[in-house]
Design a binder for this molecule. Structure first.
Ligand code: ZN
Ligand code: ZN
Length: 270
């Protein structure tokens, strides 16, 4: 490249400035059409909001913030890096999310294929659609899902398992999502049965208790039902005496009627 060509390559395609006429001239690029114009032209054209790229024949609409300093000398590399970044941001999966190493390798291959499709401009529409469907199905916010003019179509989930890690079905071999079981509420009795074997507090006990002097019943904040329960428990707990059994032996009755003994005993509490 001789000096003339070098100068031509460094010329702003919009205003024609080059570093020879404008020392310290700096260029900016954008990642939509990859046109490269000088900073002055960016300021002039984009200070009042969204505008078309000022390069002749290019009608890509851009914001000022979309113009940035070029990182790589070669614009092709600049573009590929940008595409890679965008695809990787969307298809962001780690090896441990896959069932096997083989599945992870397949995923990397798929991602590379999509990147290459975009870099070499093959199947661009289909590739972008795949990425957008994936992003929508997985709730990933991207520039394409945000800025898509057409509303994103809901994904058909018919042939996708409800616990599939990728509802769009693009990535295969992901581990299933294990939905954690709901935690049982705290049980201070650790599953121990709280039903009483020998008695049962019924409404009629409580009604009867209410007739008694109130001070005796309202001790320590118990309500009547619990107070009754507590009394009956104390009356029977740990005695190892089963009235029904004893009465059965005494009367020689074959089958004791459940509850009768306890009911008598409950009456005796007061
Ligand atoms: Zn310029
Ligand atoms: Zn342009």
């Amino acid at each position: 490249m001789d000096e003339e060509e070098l100068i031509a390559a460094n010329k702003c395609p919009v205003c024609g400035s080059d570093p020879r006429t404008h020392p310290g001239l700096r260029f900016k690029i954008n990642t939509k059409c990859y046109h490269r114009i000088c900073e002055g032209c960016v300021d002039r054209n984009f200070s009042s909001g969204k505008a078309e790229c000022p390069v002749a024949g290019c009608h890509i609409a851009l914001w000022k913030r979309e113009w940035r300093t070029q990182t790589f000398e070669d614009l092709k590399i600049e573009r590929e890096v940008e595409i890679r970044k965008r695809v990787n941001r969307t298809l962001d999966r780690q090896e441990e999310e896959f069932e096997t190493k083989r599945d992870y390798d397949d995923f990397l291959e798929l991602r590379e294929e999509l990147v290459m499709n975009l870099v070499f401009k093959t199947d661009v529409a289909a590739t972008n659609r795949k990425l957008r469907d994936y992003a929508v199905a997985n709730g990933i916010k991207t520039e394409t899902t945000d800025a898509a003019n057409e509303p994103a179509k809901p994904i058909k989930r018919k042939d996708v398992a409800p616990d599939a890690a990728d509802p769009s079905g693009l990535i295969k071999g992901l581990k299933k999502i294990i939905i954690p079981k709901a935690k049982a509420p705290y049980d201070p009795f650790m599953g121990m049965s709280r039903t009483r074997d020998y008695y049962e507090v019924t409404d009629s006990y409580v009604v009867r208790a209410k007739g008694k002097p109130a001070e005796a019943m309202l001790a320590a904040g118990y309500d009547f039902g619990q107070y009754m329960d507590e009394c009956l428990l104390r009356a029977f707990a740990g005695l190892g005496v089963f009235l029904e059994d004893e009465m059965a032996t005494k009367n020689n009755t074959a089958v004791p009627v459940p509850g009768t003994g306890a009911l008598k005993a409950a009456d005796d509490v007061f």
